[in-house]
Design a protein around this ligand. Structure first.
Ligand code: XMP
Length: 594
């Protein structure tokens, strides 16, 4: 099996990144087929690629003929390596080798059917007519000399082309996405039949190699981690612990007071079971809560929390002996967060305040950092975690946002009643949505009927599309009071309301666990909203969703019996007036309400 390293030996396959959103997906699919692969910038000189068996050029949003569009070094076509261009990569091959690329009139997005018209090793064992996934405007209008047309769709004349003798291939579609039915077969043909790759990769047997690498990077120094209880930082920490021993590794967890019930104990237990005296909790609840006092606006909340994290981390780094002497910082950064180009730049921005705050940036510059997972994808990190024997309960946790319960506890400055509309009630609660590519912040529509009503999900979608004033639709699962009597009240992030939310969230989690419903959802936010009556001022929103990556999501239908039991248990809690069920998909509603 190959050495896990981006510096030493070259991987068998390099994916050249031209800025496409699927670039990481290509690399992951290749690794899933057992061949180690890494991403490089598209302009990487051919000489640096000499020795690889194959090069894949990714898709991207540009047009090849535009000045400044991502390019490849044309000398890569003269290397002994085979080349496969996908989408923009297909057009780049045509452009560089003397074919032509034409501006598309209307583009082709989503499902299409490829008809093969010639046989070629790339399509070995693939059907003659096959479902594929397209996402492009420009098209190749003439194949370069020496190339053969291999397949077309109804709207794309040159959907696949190849020069089998020189082992150069281009396809307009995306074999890396699941909707391309023979995609895995096509990639496998390229890797094994065309490039002659050998299987050299499995995340299962990486732990030992990563530990060797940790020992090399760390030398005789010690390692200090900020841990969150998430999968990445726990796996990274455990690897360092195994590589260096208990005396040389320490973990610190910041309790913000915005955590779920039992979270601090859960994390403490996990770390204490790993070793004696290696773990410490920094109690910062008061600092976080007083900074958030009286704040209603979701963006301000997020900003304050981000800043406070930075402040606490930097103080710890500066005050202790960790910035001096023999200590370096360990982090659970994974592969998608380390690539700084094209479609991955955004992911980096999102994580800035966690992994790249200024104090940490300084350590990176001084090479006083170790990131053992920097070449792995999330699913591979889970595999390594399993190999290390970490509890499945930890490895299969649902994602939980960094700002914690603060963005699941809505705040309000004023008292306002619900307003009768033709289609239901407009609740004066605002939540965040994503429409087109922009953020929206609008009131919620509340339907008086049960979330179990026939066809209600479809109707919710229709209502959101029709009513401009709202960006989210909820249904009433249960209530102590008629909807007409509900109103908002002035409420902020108090310890009392956070406790109320924590109890409700714990109850929902427990019922999802015992009923097995947790396996039917990708994530299940429970939100506290300041909507109720004078006696019971808050309500709970249930938001079970299904997703693959959190970028898009579907509202999930919960079994009626479970919903009924859950609602009754929630209504029995102090301060809770009603239980609402969020019927909104993403888009147009985000997964979190803030
Ligand atoms: P949205 O609400 O944008 O959430 O649809 C998409 C996914 O991201 C999570 N999320 C966050 N995770 N820090 C995080 O680490 C954050 O600030 C943050 N905001 C949202 C959210 O839980 C969902 O899985």
């Amino acid at each position: 099996m190959s050495q896990l390293s981006s510096s030493g030996s070259l991987p068998q396959i390099i994916v050249l990144d031209t800025g496409g959103q699927y670039c990481h997906l290509i690399t992951r699919k290749i690794r899933e087929l057992g061949v180690y692969s890494e991403i490089r910038p598209s302009e990487t000189p051919a000489e640096e690629l000499r020795g690889v068996r194959g090069i894949v050029i990714s898709g991207g949003p540009a047009s090849v003929y535009e000045p400044g569009s991502p390019q490849v070094d044309p000398a890569i076509f003269d290397l002994p390596a085979a080349v496969l261009g996908l989408c923009y990569g297909h057009q780049l091959i045509a452009w560089h080798l003397g074919g032509t690329v034409q501006k598309g009139e209307k583009g082709e997005y989503g499902m299409a059917h490829l008809e093969l018209c010639a046989s070629a090793p790339l399509f070995h064992n693939a059907e003659g007519r096959q479902q594929i996934w397209m996402s492009h405007r420009d098209t190749v209008s003439r194949v370069p000399e020496g190339f053969q047309l291999l397949g077309s769709t109804e709207t794309c004349g040159i959907a696949a082309m190849g020069n089998p003798e020189k082992r150069l291939y281009g396809v307009q579609f995306h074999p890396e996405v699941v909707h391309t039915r023979n995609g895995r077969q096509i990639l496998s043909n390229f890797l094994f039949d065309i490039c002659g790759c050998e299987t050299d990769w499995s995340p299962r047997d990486q732990a030992g190699k990563i530990e060797d690498e940790i020992r090399r990077t760390v030398g005789d120094r010690n390692v200090f981690f900020f841990v969150s209880g998430g999968v990445d930082s726990t796996v990274a920490f455990t690897l360092c612990l195994r590589a260096l021993g208990e005396d040389r590794v320490r973990a610190l967890y910041v309790d913000t007071g915005l955590m779920r019930q039992g979270e601090t104990e859960f994390v403490s237990n996990v770390f204490e079971s790993l070793g004696q005296g290696i773990f410490r909790v920094e109690h910062a609840q008061e600092r976080f809560l007083s900074a958030l006092d009286g704040v209603r606006d979701p963006e301000r909340k997020r900003h304050i929390i981000g800043e406070m994290f930075v402040e606490v981390q930097e103080q710890i780094l500066a005050s202790g002996h960790f910035l001096e002497g023999n200590w370096i910082l360990g982090q659970g950064t994974i592969y998608p967060d380390t690539i700084e180009s094209g479609g991955t730049a955004k992911a980096d921005l999102i994580k800035t305040h966690h992994n790249r705050v200024s104090g940490i940036q300084k350590l990176i510059e001084e090479k006083r950092i170790v990131e053992p997972l920097h070449l792995l994808y999330k699913d591979e990190v889970r595999e390594v975690g399993r190999e290390l024997g970490l509890p499945e309960e930890l490895l299969s946790r649902h994602p939980f946002p960094g700002p914690g319960l603060a963005i699941r506890c809505l705040c309000e400055d004023t008292t306002q009643p619900v307003v009768r509309m033709e289609e239901g009630w407009q609740a004066p609660l605002h939540s965040v949505g994503v429409q087109g590519d922009s953020r929206s912040y609008r009131p919620v529509l509340l339907l008086e009927e049960s979330p179990a009503a026939e066809g209600i999900h479809l109707r919710a979608t229709e209502l959101i599309n029709r009513i401009q004033a709202i960006n989210r639709v909820t249904a009433l699962a249960a209530s102590h009071a008629p909807v007409s009597e509900l109103r908002t009240s002035q409420a902020y992030l108090s310890a009392e309301r956070l406790d109320r939310l924590r109890r409700a969230d714990a109850l929902v989690r427990e019922m999802c666990h015992t009923s097995g419903f947790e396996n039917s959802v990708w994530q299940f936010p429970v939100i506290l909203v300041p909507l109720g009556t004078a006696e019971r001022t808050d309500s709970i929103v249930l938001r079970p969703i299904d997703s693959v990556d959190g970028m898009t999501a579907q509202s999930v239908v919960m079994p009626a019996e479970l919903l009924e039991m859950m609602s009754a248990a929630l209504l029995a809690q102090e301060g809770i007036c009603s239980v609402l069920y969020d019927l909104t998909h993403k888009p147009p509603g985000t997964i979190e309400w803030e």
